[in-house]
Design a protein around this ligand. Structure first.
Ligand SMILES: C[S@@+](CC[C@H](N)C(=O)[O-])C[C@H]1O[C@@H](n2cnc3c(N)ncnc32)[C@H](O)[C@@H]1O
Length: 263
């Protein structure tokens, strides 16, 4: 039996198990920042991962980010399939990634699930961590794949707030390269999350890819940045997060955002 999720709630649990209880087409859009598989080391030197600092001054060795190669692909197919089922037809699906996962995400959306891909946004971090190994270029970007929840031939009428995007880009057409600094300490007042996204970045996605009052899902909520952004911009939201410690940070950030304080 399926049950409609209650908007504006944080659900603690595994997103696959939670979404499987929901009916088809029950949310308008999804903005997802899934595990990137960095802690697994991307197939290098066993499964312990590199332990390098990722997008913040925190090392990425969390158990929720550790998968074998096959497990990672199956996991990505499973959660993206569920997202495509619960998002309404032609709703927006925006997914974060780096070279560790983004090719898989794009392949699954385009080839396995036959979704239309509209753009890939590059988030450039001008203050990214230096590279301590000196063996490769310094990673200073993440990508966001923007897909529409229908096939390339049938997709139509998706939400893109073109004029809002133009306003945010000082009157010029918005490009797909966004320069936004890493999450500032002021947004970590209630605790640290190793992959927390800056509010400015998530708020921009919310503004251009959803309309006021619509329901936006984040199945990997972390410290709840999507909900804070959605609250601030008059959208409804739904968070799923498996780790209690992050659910607690998200709750505190939301309470602060609602009372006009730090977020
Ligand atoms: C990349 S982080 C998201 C960070 C978030 N965007 C923010 O700004 O704080 C991914 C989150 O997904 C959670 N997670 C991992 N696997 C999960 C699953 N199967 N179901 C729900 N949450 C999961 C992790 O605990 C982690 O907090």
């Amino acid at each position: 039996m399926t049950r409609e999720p209650a908007p504006n709630s944080i659900i603690e649990g595994d997103c696959l198990e939670v979404m499987r209880q929901w009916p088809d087409a029950c949310v308008d859009h999804c903005i997802a920042d899934p595990p990137f598989g960095i802690a697994s080391g991307g197939g290098r030197r066993g499964k312990r991962g590199l332990g390098w600092a990722f997008s913040s001054h925190v090392t990425m060795q969390e158990s929720w980010d550790r998968f074998s190669k096959d497990e990672f692909f199956q996991f990505n197919v499973a959660w993206l399939s569920e997202v495509c089922r619960v998002v309404k037809p032609n709703g927006n699906i925006l997914v974060f990634g780096t070279y560790h996962n983004i090719y898989q995400i794009g392949f699954i959306l385009q080839n396995v699930l036959s979704r239309r891909v509209n753009n890939s946004i590059v988030w450039f971090k001008p203050n990214a961590q230096p590279n301590i190994t000196a063996r490769t270029l310094t990673e200073s970007t993440e990508q966001i794949v923007w897909a529409v929840n229908d096939t390339p031939t049938k997709a139509k009428g998706w939400t893109f707030n073109y004029w809002k995007a133009k306003e945010l880009a000082s009157g010029k057409q918005m490009r797909n390269l966004w320069e936004i600094p890493c999450t500032p300490p002021s947004e970590r007042a209630f605790g640290k999350h190793p992959a927390q996204k800056p509010l400015a970045l998530v708020e921009r996605l919310v503004l251009i890819a959803s309309n006021p009052g619509e329901l936006v899902l984040d199945p990997f909520a972390g410290a709840g940045t999507l909900a804070v952004a959605a609250e601030r911009q008059g959208r409804r939201w739904l968070l799923i997060e498996s780790e209690a410690r992050y659910v607690e940070i998200a709750r505190q950030r939301l309470a602060a955002a609602r009372s006009g304080g730090a977020s």
